[in-house]
Design a binder for this molecule. Sequence first.
Ligand SMILES: Cc1ncc(C[n+]2csc(CCOP(=O)(O)OP(=O)(O)O)c2C)c(N)n1
Ligand SMILES: [Mg+2]
Length: 949
Amino acid sequence: MTRAAPAGDDVPMSAPQQSDGDPARTNGTPRAVITDGRPSQLPDTDPDETQEWLDSLDAVVDHAGRGRARYLMLRMLERSREQQVGVPALRSTDYINTIPPEREPWFPGDEDVERRIRAYIRWNAAIMVHRAQRPGIAVGGHISSYASSATLYEVGFNHFFKGKDHAGGGDQIYFQGHSSPGMYARAYLEGRLDEHQLDGFRQEVSHPGGGLSSYPHPRLMPEFWEFPTVSMGLGPMNAIYQARFNRYLRDRGIKDTSDQHVWAFLGDGEMDEVESLGAIGLAAREELDNLTFVINCNLQRLDGPVRGNGKVIQELESFFRGAGWNVIKVVWGRGWDKLLAADRDGALVNLMNTTPDGDYQTYKSEDGAYVREHFFGRDPRTRKLVEGMSDKEVWDLARGGHDYRKVYAAYKAATEHKGQPTVILAKTIKGWTLGSHFEGRNSTHQMKKLTAEDLANFRDRLHLPIPDEQLDKTLPPYYKPAADSDEMQYMLERRRQLGGSIPQRRSEHKTLKAPADKAFDVVRRGSGKQEVATTMAFVRLLKEIIKDPELGPRFVPVIPDEARTFGLDSLFPTKKIYNPHGQNYTSVDRELMLAYKESSTGQILHEGINEAGSSASFIAAGTSYATHGEPMIPIYIFYSMFGFQRTGDEFWAAGDQMTRGFLLGATAGRTTLNGEGLQHEDGHSLLLAETNPAVVSYDPAFSYEVGHIVKDAMRRMYGEDPGAPLGGDRDPNVMYYLTIYNEPYVQPAEPEGLDVTGLLAGMYRYAEGPQVPDGTKAQVLASGVAVPWALRAQELLAEDWGVSADVWSVTSWNELRREAVQAQEWNLLNPAEEPKVPYVTRQLADAPGPVVAVSDWMKAVPDLLAPFIPGGINSLGTDGFGLSDTRPALRRHFRIDAESIVVRTLASLASRGDVQRDVVRQAVEKYQIGDVQAAPEDTSTDPEQQPEA
Ligand SMILES: Cc1ncc(C[n+]2csc(CCOP(=O)(O)OP(=O)(O)O)c2C)c(N)n1
Ligand SMILES: [Mg+2]
């Protein structure tokens, strides 16, 4: 101990709380399931001895004071931990660095050269944003966030981040979204980007040769960015699941990822997003020591302080420590070390502990005299500590996150730590080095330009040899030293040693062979007399394909606690649930065929009731083709209501990250999951899916449709793509969203001569209407579970009203619309050419009669096609909130059942003059479609297949 301040004791408290050193665990004996118990019920076996200890403590408090008592108690805790006594951990430590100076490792870099490199990058990052504000462009950007985190990144770039060519494979690094200017600035120095490209920041469409995306967007810069992070909160969560997925790949023998580390750079304000902290328990539970969070604690978010009245570092420390993480605080720069060493009675630590963040922020927007007066001056002992220092020296006392030696020590400790993930809480100043107009100001986040005075000061502060006359107000120059300068050589050499430039995305990978045709027999042959829901059909198909010895292991079923609901528990015994610790208990259902089986080599990612985490797993697995060069096929199956609606932003990020895989919206439809009511019954996820350009959605009616869609999707995303069903190339970087239902009905065998092109393009005529005496025709478009109703309506129309209706299965309203919109766009730009006619228009061109559309979705879903159906579309749908009732009652309520289809069709015919108005009245009367009581009885419900949430 170099000093007697109580703070010193807390340092070892950040040692692992469930350390691998636990002999119980390393011996292979069961791991502790209660980490820190308290003796609330144990009898005292030696009350006299206990009393002696308590008296001793009282005596210290009386004679030496509470400070001394606290010191002794903390020392006792420290020793108890060393002795593995198993005492509870403390939630937080003093507001000082976790790693004391005497334990700092030797810094292996060249301090001067690294400082200069940082200066160049700082300058270029700020200048890039500033220049993007030039007249006529003014597209903005952020300067202050990177200014506060430059050291955090640069220590990583020069010493830790492994590039893709590193022997162990590269690290995965989640860069804080609005720090992107710093990454571009480094890429510029490394020769990966030129000045012209920097000047294209945020002008992706108009800049000649293409611009740079505002934030990390793999979709827009697919060879540069790997992980989209700028929707705050998704980065931390996705990083955790990425680290977990790396372990999964290793444990399943797909790829050795042991040397790959995941780094997530996060903002302190960002940690308020519930997603940011919601998954940290998983990281501790699964002992993800391949993961490091670096939280840039500049104490500010966009509008103002993160915790003006409190201390965000302390708060985060408690959260992470409580969750079982290794916490390393980097609060103070090296200048403070000697002050802390001289702080014999803990007065300085006490000041540090009791000063709220709001004040720390204010100090840094003032000057040395202010800090002396308002910080050190609050206690005569601390005032004395800085007596011999000038105001400038006081002012120069830096924060830990700007001291590369402190940061280096933290990163080294983090990467060497075993058994726990690490979070580094680095205290910084927002806008650091940008001058007094920026540093610590509440407005700093939004400031995009430097004044002439700022520019000159900034240049001086960074010691850059840029003459005054070059400091143009609008277009100040970038700065790049000569290629043979020490700095450039050093920087490139460091990256060479560490495996190449970062960020970098690669997507070379092998294509996967298509599943054997035979695997599809199970869905092609129909279900005979058995009633089977499309969910069950999908699961049967999956069980067939996953048997393939080559392809099978690449499937990653992802389930948020609904495997039983969807029948996926049938995979438990053979594929098993992934758990790095295996199954250390005797399963209650071990005797059953479908016992709950966990294994360290399990294939299923069972995420618990956790759609957000499941989506993150979906992204990690679905981008493995790029991240790891190992294509994996995530099959994420969820309650359709809790997909796009609940985690739509994650699916958006998945689209950005070019995730490939299958999303299964099970229990689809607003009347089909009939008992579950308003919060469960989904009549709109297809509409939400339509808004995501990376999502290809289908609403299949029959099992053979599911088969064709899955087969085509596999070829498109993973195999040799034969091209779009209607011709042309297509993007493999898509996700397939299939809505599947829980209502059992007889699945027909695949019809002879099936129009597979139409099925994949979005519609095909499933059943032509019968011959009728006067030839009155209508077209009924239906999707998913509504196709059987349409077929029933076809019968009624013919039998009761002499109308012949063709029934079309619309497998994808969305794909039809997209094709049509594309044709429209093409026509707009090519007025001299023969106009393209959308597929849906062509299909219906020779189909006589009005078009009626029906589905278990809201009317807006079929209405997506309205502009492309010349005679208009008459949609039936489930607008409004869902309700609990029987399926027939609900379908009558929403007027989407067979009888309602009949009436709608007759009304459409009447408005064209094809039938008498009175016929419609007769039909309404006959079927009483306004009366829920008159709905036919439910005949098809198989209670075994009814999910309950
Ligand atoms: C989900 C979401 N909400 C809001 C924003 C807008 N936004 C971008 S940066 C920012 C402030 C970030 O503060 P912090 O996380 O502390 O990062 P700093 O810039 O201070 O490093 C906000 C609110 C966003 N990008 N994403
Ligand atoms: Mg912040």
